[in-house]
Design a protein around this ligand. Structure first.
Ligand code: FMN
Length: 363
């Protein structure tokens, strides 16, 4: 199966810096204005997608600002023209009827560029302190599975009657549906067995945390072969933190700088660890390699010279990754550098590769 052409996206800065909080080059700023300017610039630079993480309270330190994902997604939908807008969602926070209605609204404001990223929560206080409670890992996934089946059918315009363990929806139909396609796309982020089963049955794209190529290839092989009941083949995205420089030595020095700065966040990380459900597989994966960045960060190995980073991106693409959801620090400057130095190298390698392929097949 051929992988779709490579797309690059950026994580919105909904809770400030991704690698280290005490960085003089990246003052804390999770404001709407900063995110708006960042994403408009990304669109201009040729990025194809943005992921807006959802947290009602800052998961690193509760008294820090946290951008609200869904209102920001709606505003970005109106301001941008081309970029895909993905907003994360934790099922317990929204009734599925309300969420499906919101998603269809943003789908139509964006003219068919909206997607949801279904995530099943790891930060206990966010739900617990709201009085919602924090059911155990697999029970959260069982709830999420029921929730997405309702959301998905309503987004498709079905007049739905559904009775399950958690929801009881009668004769409900949302109008208008998407004016541009069947429905907004459904991404799923999560690595555990129930996450894999959920994405195989209900997802369009699986978001994998940044990790070495062999591990990513193993995860893709594990999920790609599962039955999908007539749906289109599953697609794959990868989260990764990029440090690209003229030379590998310069990139490694920049990584070292961020690792040293990140060490100063130890007290914050200790609180975060206490708040995290120990069963969340994502967090266990992220303990394996020293790294900076969230959701795997530099563990994906996109640290090196411009050519090395381009080459590794191409290798991930050959393994099945279509969308690279990227983090940088300092974000704006490094996002620009990546667009200037790495994107053209990736495109160049790809067109050289396909020209080779053509020559070979003609020969
Ligand atoms: C690309 C990606 C984005 C994520 N975004 C969020 C988010 O916005 N909010 C959140 O609470 N968790 C987010 N998560 C974390 C999931 O909630 C986490 O993976 C979940 O707890 C599932 O755990 P599991 O790995 O055990 O399946 C994200 C995960 C991935 C891979």
């Amino acid at each position: 199966m051929a992988t779709a052409p490579i797309r690059f996206g950026i994580w919105a800065l909904v809770h400030g810096p991704r690698a280290a909080h005490q960085d003089p080059e990246e003052p804390y700023d999770a404001s709407w204005e900063r995110n708006r300017d960042l994403i408009l610039a990304a669109e201009e630079l040729g990025y194809d997608s943005t992921l807006i993480a959802q947290h009602t309270i800052n998961p690193h330190q509760e008294d820090l600002d946290q951008l609200e994902a869904w209102s920001a997604a709606a505003a970005l939908a109106a301001l941008t023209k081309r970029i895909e807008i993905i907003a994360a969602i934790k099922p317990y926070l929204y009734h599925p009827v309300v969420l499906a209605k919101l998603a269809l609204g943003i789908e139509n404001i964006s003219r068919g560029r909206f997607a949801i990223n279904l995530v099943n929560a790891w930060n206990r206080p966010e739900l617990d302190k709201a009085g919602i409670g924090f059911p155990e890992h697999d029970a959260r996934y069982a709830y999420g599975r029921e929730w997405i089946s309702v959301v998905s059918r309503l987004m498709e315009g079905e007049r739905l009657t559904y009775t399950g363990e958690h929801f009881n929806v009668r004769d409900y139909a949302l109008r208008p549906t998407s004016l541009y396609r069947k429905r907004p796309l459904i991404y799923v982020g999560g690595e555990s067995e129930p996450a894999r089963s959920l994405v195989a049955s209900h997802g369009d794209v699986w978001f994998i945390n940044g990790q070495p190529l062999e591990d990513v290839a193993g995860l893709i092989a594990n999920v790609a072969t599962r039955s999908r009941e007539g749906a289109a083949p599953l697609r794959f995205g990868l989260s990764a933190f990029v440090i690209a420089r003229e030379t590998r030595e310069q990139a490694e020095a920049a990584h070292e700088r961020l690792l040293n700065l990140a060490a100063k966040d130890a007290p914050m990380k200790a609180v975060e660890k206490q708040n995290t459900d120990p069963k969340v597989v994502m967090m266990q994966t992220m303990q394996k390699t020293p790294r900076v960045g969230s959701n795997g960060g530099t563990a994906a190995g996109l640290v090196g010279s411009y050519d090395e980073v381009a080459e590794r991106i191409e290798a991930f693409h050959a393994a099945g990754i279509e969308l690279f959801m990227l983090q940088f620090q300092p974000f704006e400057a490094e996002m620009r550098r990546f667009a200037r130095e790495v994107m053209p190298r990736v495109r160049g390698r790809q067109s050289a590769g396909s020209a080779d392929g053509r020559t070979r097949s003609l020969g």
